[in-house]
Design a protein around this ligand. Structure first.
Ligand code: G1P
Length: 317
């Protein structure tokens, strides 16, 4: 059953405004976990094989039928703006060199997106970053993708973001959030959702609240927020009122926790294989996984793994 949250006279959304047409990607972070490379290369441009993680995120956005992207960036990360801009010189070079397939590839992916860049000039937390996108999302629900988390899907499989968008629009929720059950020892690394009732595996759950990076014994569940959200613009009001939370930062989780008391906030598990590419080893794992999907690379990877195992057995490092 649907529960509408626009109750008061004159508060109703304009037709079409309930559709999710914009995605926000916060990319202003300094990437200290990847120093020294991040002195000159933004971490969102570090690659999985030949494509930067930012590119993979953009493809996920396309999979959900969204065409407008707001990058919340930092003036010091101009390389990101270079990456999303069509390069006339490069286009001409590819055309002359007869590499039309490369050109067509661009047109099928990032070339279909329309980008807008806004700046977060001081690192004051994820909630503060999201608030910088308030004007750009134009009063409509928006998707939010944290680029430290990337997902791989089998061909034809619905992406997690597409699932969130569908659920959010159908249920007219205030927020719809992707979660994953994590080991108790890991809860303090995430925002954790408090389900309103007994969670049924594989079914969306109503959230009664959520807490950012709780201690293990204080965690309301083991359902961790994994970097994909669809959110109503009502969150901006909560963010403007928000006080610094965990780590002294303006936390998105705190604003979403407030929304739980104002309407329907849903949490759901999503399809796909997930990697935390916000740390070097996670990026290595994502690269191995991506390479393994290619049968031509697989044979060489098997040989490498075999060599590693053998040398470990022999006690070499
Ligand atoms: C952020 C969010 C947190 C979420 C996590 C997922 O934390 O604040 O709620 O669980 O991303 O990656 P961060 O990892 O930026 O500290």
């Amino acid at each position: 059953m649907l529960r509408k949250h626009y109750a008061g006279k004159g508060e109703g959304p304009l037709p079409g405004l309930r559709k999710v047409r914009t995605a926000v990607i916060p990319v202003a972070g300094l990437g200290t976990r990847f120093l020294p490379i991040t002195k000159s290369v933004p971490k969102e441009l570090l690659p999985v094989l030949s494509r930067p993680t930012l590119h993979l995120i953009c493809e996920e956005i396309l999979s959900a039928g969204i065409r407008n992207v707001v990058l919340v960036s930092s003036p010091s990360k101009g390389a990101l703006e270079d990456y999303i801009s069509p390069k006339r010189v490069l286009r001409e070079h590819l055309r002359k060199a007869g590499k039309d397939e490369l050109l067509a590839g661009w047109k099928r992916s990032l070339g279909r997106l329309s980008f807008r860049v806004v700046y977060q000039r001081r690192p004051r937390g994820l909630g503060h970053a999201v608030l910088q996108a308030a004007r750009a999302v134009k009063g409509a629900p928006f998707a939010l993708l944290l680029p430290d988390e990337i997902f791989f899907h089998a061909p034809g499989e619905q992406t997690g973001l597409a699932k969130l968008v569908h659920l959010h629009e159908r249920e007219e929720a205030l927020a719809t959030i992707a979660v994953k059950k994590v080991p108790a020892a890991d809860v303090s690394r995430y925002g954790i959702v408090r389900p309103a009732g007994a969670a049924r595996p594989g079914r969306p759950m109503l959230a009664a609240g959520m807490v950012e990076k709780p201690e293990t014994r204080a965690a309301p569940s083991r359902y961790a927020i994994i970097g994909r959200y669809v959110i109503d613009p009502a969150v901006f009001g909560e963010l403007r009122r928000a006080r610094p939370g965990a780590g002294g930062e303006i936390q998105l989780t705190d604003a979403l926790d407030s929304l739980c008391r104002k309407g329907k906030v849903l949490a759901t598990e999503v399809p796909g294989v997930r990697f935390d590419t916000g740390v070097p080893l996670g990026l290595v794992k994502a690269n191995l996984y991506a390479a393994w999907q290619n049968p031509r690379h697989r044979t060489e990877l098997k040989a490498l793994l075999h060599t590693l195992e053998k040398s470990a057995r022999q006690g070499h490092r």
